[in-house]
Design a protein around this ligand. Structure first.
Ligand code: SF4
Ligand code: SF4
Length: 137
């Protein structure tokens, strides 16, 4: 179960493999309140029983490479990206909205500006979190 649980996820009853683009999934049933400071007020659904905000999986944009084309904003159906107002730039606005193990936006970026954590290193972190938050019996 261990590795399989990490490499697959279930959203609204749909089991998704790590390779399946997240935009093909049905919307998550998160409880979201969009007040003034989004990341402080959004309630994230746990991932496999682990609080989402403890899981360091989200995209990073290399600002030197990014051309602000907006393709990643369109690619992500979870609102991870947004366009900031001053300066007018594409940013990772809601990192914990990102689906753990999805990387579909990375493949949309024409200049390779999007990166994610190294999967091997991330698995070790996840394993430690698993010890703190074991699967429900
Ligand atoms: S930000 Fe996360 S959820 Fe959104 S497309 Fe990229 S990897 Fe998928
Ligand atoms: S797809 Fe790449 S280049 Fe385009 S806005 Fe996103 S990070 Fe920047």
């Amino acid at each position: 179960m261990g590795i399989y649980a990490v490499m697959a996820r279930e959203v609204n009853g749909h089991r998704q493999s790590a390779e399946e683009p997240c935009h093909l999934l049905p919307p998550r049933h998160f409880s979201i309140r969009k007040d003034s400071n989004m990341t402080d007020t959004v309630v994230y659904k746990d991932y496999l029983g682990i609080p989402r905000k403890l899981i360091p999986w989200f995209p990073t944009i290399d600002e030197e490479l990014c051309s602000n084309c907006g393709l990643c904003v369109k690619a992500c159906k979870h609102g991870t990206y947004a366009v900031s107002e001053n300066p007018d730039r594409v940013i990772v606005a809601d990192p914990y909205a990102c689906e753990v193990y999805c990387e579909s936006c990375r493949f949309q970026c024409p200049v390779g500006a999007i990166s994610f954590p190294d999967r091997k290193a991330f698995k070790l972190i996840f394993k430690e979190l698993r010890k703190q938050y074991p699967p429900a019996e």
